[in-house]
Design a binder for this molecule. Structure first.
Ligand code: ATP
Length: 362
């Protein structure tokens, strides 16, 4: 089922939770709604589900406006962060519930329900747990059962609100791979809310980046990571180093220092900018052969496998324009070859910079 969100606005009192949000998801897509706490992800999910009414705007499911469609007729299944399983019911009865409460005309026979529940439990790979009660399950198992229960009524849309948020890191990782596989088998249009960038980038076909009730960007994981549309997106997806400065010639003047950088851009000379670089896009020059770059002191060198993470702090000449701390990633062998050590004064030079003009919004 395709989903169109059209000019949706929602306020709670004076607080703008969603600011004119418009999005389109084709049938069968797996979408992540990603953003910091309070940015409106859950509100948007609840509006799509029909659990919350927008102040204005429409939700269109498979071409039909849903304003007058109650939740139970939207063919939407939900899974929430806090497992909403019935405590007093076995796994079997929890999964069967949605089928048992159907009106008499639509309700499958007892045998059909039993068959269907076992199929679903097999699908979530927990058939052997059908007699257990929720208290006798691990957190990850409960979420898989919650998903089986949501799937029992054959939803056309699956909405998942931080489905793995309450689980430890290892189980989360397993479950998100599993969710991807399950989605590839079932092709149900699915939207899941997360504030975990890695989860969104690993699992989703497309990622919607939200910030303060606005959609900042929508794109494939590769698009949003490699081509962030706004400083917010850049900062939110992974570690970044930030330089405040202004455009001068082909470089960026940062306080008394110059970042040489062949960037071609429509930003005019003299404009105030923010320049971003990921840790692997910065290099460290240890000798005095170059005068470009930002001076800094190596605070710590941490090595993991083949790479080293080098933490640095700005020397004073960066002044008020420079970020205080930087993080650079280099192959460990380069750190050894160049004789980099903690306490050393060096210069940081970018191999890659993404430059955004400072607007009042930023
Ligand atoms: P989180 O990741 O913390 O769950 P979120 O992005 O899902 O956050 P929402 O739950 O959509 O955010 O909330 C968006 C904003 O709207 C928050 O500031 C929240 O406090 C506010 N809000 C949500 N529901 C209500 C409500 N019923 N009444 C008043 N304010 C609300």
């Amino acid at each position: 089922m395709s989903i169109v969100v059209q000019n949706v606005n929602k306020k709670f009192g004076d607080f703008v939770a969603l600011n004119n949000v418009s999005l389109e998801f084709p049938s069968g897509e797996l979408v992540a709604l990603l953003g910091p706490s309070g940015c409106g992800k859950t509100t948007l999910l609840r509006i799509i589900a029909g659990l919350e009414t927008p102040d204005s705007g429409n939700i269109i499911l498979d071409g039909a406006d849903t304003s007058a469609t109650p939740v139970r007729d939207r063919q939407v299944g939900f899974v929430f962060q806090h497992y909403a399983l019935f405590k007093h019911m076995t796994v079997f009865d929890n999964v069967a519930f949605g089928l048992q409460v159907k009106n008499r005309k639509e309700r499958p026979s007892k045998d059909e329900i039993a068959h269907k529940v076992h199929e679903l439990l097999k699908l979530v790979q927990l058939d052997w747990l059908h007699d257990r009660f929720p208290a006798q399950l691990s957190g990850g198992q409960r979420q898989r059962i919650a998903l089986a229960r949501a799937l029992a009524v054959q939803p056309k849309v699956l909405l998942l609100d931080e489905p793995f948020g309450a689980l430890d890191a290892k189980v989360r990782k397993e479950l998100r791979r599993w969710l991807r596989q399950l989605h590839d088998e079932l092709h149900i249009t699915s939207i899941f809310v997360t504030h975990d960038q890695e989860e969104a980038l690993e699992v989703a076909d497309r990622v919607v980046l939200m910030n303060q009730g606005n959609v900042e960007q929508i794109g494939s994981p590769d698009e949003v990571y490699e081509h962030p549309a706004t400083p917010f997106v850049y900062g939110f997806l992974g570690n970044v180093n930030l330089f405040h400065g202004r455009v001068e010639g082909e470089g960026i003047q940062v306080g008394n220092d110059k970042l040489e950088h062949n960037y071609s851009s429509s930003i005019s000379q003299g404009a105030s900018v923010m320049a971003f670089a990921r840790p692997h896009e910065l290099d460290i020059v240890a000798d005095n052969s170059r005068s470009d770059g930002v001076p800094a002191k190596i605070d710590r060198i941490l090595s993991f496998g083949l790479n080293s993470r080098i933490e640095l702090s700005a020397a004073s000449s960066g002044g008020e324009y420079a970020q205080q701390f930087y993080e650079v990633e280099l192959p460990k062998i380069e750190v050894v070859k160049r004789g980099l050590v903690e306490g050393q004064q060096v210069r940081i030079v970018p191999s890659q910079l993404r430059v955004f003009e400072k607007l009042s919004k930023n």
